[in-house]
Design a protein around this ligand. Structure first.
Ligand code: GLN
Length: 472
């Protein structure tokens, strides 16, 4: 088993292809590990029987852990919420279906913040997930279960969703790779919605090659999601060994105040590595980036307040007793089924959309969103990529930010601008600070996934991060 655990997903798939490894052996090994998970990373684990995988499938039978909010037919899909307790959807999300047909069967469902609202996975109705580097700390969120499982080696790879950082931030805090593609690259069909204009699915992997492989099997236009689109080129496996001719911009606004010194020190070291690999690295400006968080916390809750209106006790999951009164049944169900953070977002969003406040809040936030997109468009005139820390801090202690929503929201200070602009961004492990992982974020223009993966691959090799510390 320990040998199997050393393999990346791409290596395991290759060994299956050459006949050196039986997919059933890989399945059993990971299934056993997932079933013995001590981090509360999984909310459901598949049975012992290995699913049949077609011989020529590109992902070879390497099982994948899936964030709870992806609808999976007949399997609990609860989005971390009590209101969906026991809900088993009659259909499967397109992303999961595509992975299955590419040869990555579902190993388990992973824990998350309720409806993906949070940055620590502590807002799950099913208890917090622990960080495998230090079990007194959070794995980040909202896709913390997926990140912790991959970092701990209880899953070879995983998928999650990123609305305002929920793939990149937990990847950073757990010392693995996480990527949010261009908005629309992966179908949202069957993803339990949080904020539809921002939600995007993407991979969690041990290295950049695995990220390319997994993402490549998920992307593409889906007639069941009208916002999905075909990428101009298929996702290629990365191969760059240097960064010659690459221009990297480092925004002053996202590399100053509020970022922990250890995180900044690792960023500077990696920027030096980028220079050694042939890149030019220059400071630049994203003038509206400091307003991204404020705009996000109006827009995302506004969309959430509308998306979450469907949980009324009639169609899904929980129904509370209404004493014979329909309206009371609705309110009692929502009172009992939603956690505190979700209720906070619904109230924020409903307020931001209410008549008289719509222009002042929602309308203005949309204008800020446009400005942020324009900042990036200007940046692409002079730079190929923008680099920042992924998260301002390393993993924090469980409970440290639970009573302070603003402190929790600040975790996504560096991740939210890219979400608002709909552009692709990757987080790669960037060495340790205080013994805990930090992340390096690289983003580029829409559809630049292949170039980002290539640059991240060259940097990953130069950084030489060792993630085995979390896989004890
Ligand atoms: N932490 C952010 C929030 O709470 C982002 C979550 C996400 O990307 N799903 O909204």
């Amino acid at each position: 088993m320990s040998d199997l655990l050393q393999l990346t997903a791409a290596q395991a798939a290759e060994r299956i292809r050459t006949g050196e490894l039986e997919p059933e052996a890989l399945w059993s090994a990971y299934r056993e590990r997932a079933a013995g998970d001590e981090l509360n990373a999984f909310t459901w684990v598949a049975g012992p029987e290995a699913p049949a995988v077609p011989k020529e499938a590109p992902l070879g039978g390497v099982p994948v852990a899936v964030k709870d909010l992806f609808a999976t037919e007949g399997i609990p899909s609860q989005a971390g919420s009590k209101i969906l307790e026991g809900y088993r959807p009659p259909y499967t999300a397109t992303a999961v279906e595509r992975l299955h047909s590419a040869g990555a069967p579902v190993l388990g469902k992973t824990n998350q913040d309720e409806f993906a609202m949070g940055s620590s996975t502590e807002h799950s109705a099913y208890g917090p997930t622990l960080n495998p580097w230090d079990r007194t700390r959070v794995p980040g969120g909202s896709s913390g279960g997926s990140a912790a499982a991959v970092a701990a080696g209880t899953a070879p790879w995983a998928i999650g969703t990123d609305t305002g950082g929920s793939i990149r931030q937990p990847a950073a805090l757990c010392g693995i790779v996480g990527m949010k593609p261009t908005y629309g690259a992966v179908s949202r069909y069957g993803m339990i919605a949080f904020a539809s204009s921002l939600d995007q699915a993407g991979p969690f992997t041990r290295d950049v090659t695995d990220a390319a492989l997994l993402l490549g099997a998920m992307v593409g236009r889906d007639p069941r999601d009208s916002t999905s689109l075909a990428l101009p080129d298929p996702i290629a496996l990365p191969s760059a060994s240097d960064l010659r001719g690459v221009r990297i911009g480092v925004p002053e606004e996202l590399t100053g105040e509020g970022i922990e010194p250890g995180v900044l020190a690792r960023l500077e070291e990696t920027l030096d590595l980028a220079r050694e690999l042939g890149a030019t690295v220059e400071t630049m400006r994203l003038p509206h980036a400091p307003h991204a968080l404020a705009a996000y916390y109006l827009l995302a809750p506004a969309e959430a307040s509308s998306n979450l209106a469907r949980y009324d006790g009639v169609r899904y999951g929980l129904r509370a007793d209404g004493n014979g009164d329909l309206l009371h049944m609705y309110t009692a169900t929502r009172e009992a089924g939603f956690g505190a953070e979700v209720k906070r977002r619904i109230m924020l969003g409903t307020y931001a959309l209410s008549s008289g406040y719509y222009d002042a809040y929602y309308g203005r936030a949309q204008k800020v969103r446009t400005r942020i997109s324009e900042d990036f468009k200007t940046a692409w005139e002079s730079f190929d990529f923008v680099a920042t820390p992924t998260s301002p801090s390393v993993a924090f202690e469980l409970g440290a930010k639970l009573d302070d929503p603003l402190a929790m929201y600040l975790n996504d200070f560096c991740a939210v601008p890219m979400s608002l602009a709909g552009i692709p961004a990757i987080s790669i492990p960037n060495g340790l600070a205080d013994g805990l992982p930090t992340g390096f974020q690289l983003c580029g223009p829409a559809f630049s996934e292949n170039r980002i993966l290539d640059a991240a691959y060259a940097l990953e090799r130069a950084i030489g991060f060792d993630g085995s510390g979390a896989r004890a």
